[in-house]
Design a protein around this ligand. Sequence first.
Ligand SMILES: NC(=O)C1=CN([C@@H]2O[C@H](COP(=O)(O)OP(=O)(O)OC[C@H]3O[C@@H](n4cnc5c(N)ncnc54)[C@H](OP(=O)(O)O)[C@@H]3O)[C@@H](O)[C@H]2O)C=CC1
Ligand SMILES: O=C(O)[C@@H]1CCC=N1
Length: 267
Amino acid sequence: MKIGFIGVGGMAKAIIAGLLKTKTFAPEEIVVHSRRAEVYGPYAKENGLVAAASNEAVVTASDLVVLAVTPNVAQDVLAGVQPAFETGNHLLLSIVAGFSLDEIASVVGQQVPTLRTLPNLNVAIGAGMTAVAANDALVGDDLAAARNVFESIGSTTALAEDQFGVFSALAGSSPAFIDFFIDSLSRAGVKHGLSKDQATKIAAQATLGSAQMVLASDQIPFALIDQVSSPGGSTVAGLLAMEEAGLMTAVVKGIDATIKRDAGGPA
Ligand SMILES: NC(=O)C1=CN([C@@H]2O[C@H](COP(=O)(O)OP(=O)(O)OC[C@H]3O[C@@H](n4cnc5c(N)ncnc54)[C@H](OP(=O)(O)O)[C@@H]3O)[C@@H](O)[C@H]2O)C=CC1
Ligand SMILES: O=C(O)[C@@H]1CCC=N1
């Protein structure tokens, strides 16, 4: 089985890193092409991947085709490779934010088995969170094969398309927000005399462990907050100061803005 990528930017590279790390595909089973040969050529060579000469050649050489270009060019790029899908031998996997199954079908047709996905950057280390929505043509073993690409590099959840916007904010964009929080913790550590390196490791491990605790526990995060907050202690003092500065409101406003932009709102 071969998987091909049309576009090899940050997200495609993260997926490929995850697929290689988990040995889901061997390097020679991964085909890539993007706009600039000076970008995809050296990347393919460094990783032992197959460099295709065109977007169309990616489709021809692949069982699974991942559309991984930016949303502004997705429609045109897909239209350019549409004839190559007419053999009926290829599954289409799109990671393009905001590009619906209906919009995809208006370019390649309803008969092309298609999985719309929204992965996050953590797929690079096999710890991704990916939403998936399949069209009616993608069923049985084909659906399992398409979904397995993302299942092998993290968790997946089937989602109605009208919930992709909120998912994109909560899982697609949130690695950036969580990294921002980790960096803020770490910066506070530096303010109080820790080295940046040590403070970042401490903050990241505390964040990782807290996320694992939420997933492993049957308690809601607020109950865990109460367990950390000793009566009259330092944690509750810190929490109240953060809330006075508007932490929860800031997070919700950030998510609102992310959803609005994903839906085509102004930058
Ligand atoms: N970054 C993320 O965390 C996430 C991104 N996504 C989605 O993934 C997609 C890619 O995002 P990201 O990787 O961040 O973006 P990048 O800008 O890093 O990558 C875009 C890629 O598209 C390629 N490209 C542009 N025009 C063409 C063309 N005509 N033919 C072939 N390739 C072309 C670029 O090629 P070149 O470099 O050669 O010019 C580049 O490899 C987007 O649609 C985004 O919505 C989804 C979830 C999360
Ligand atoms: O910033 C973006 O547009 C994409 C969508 C989700 C994560 N990155």
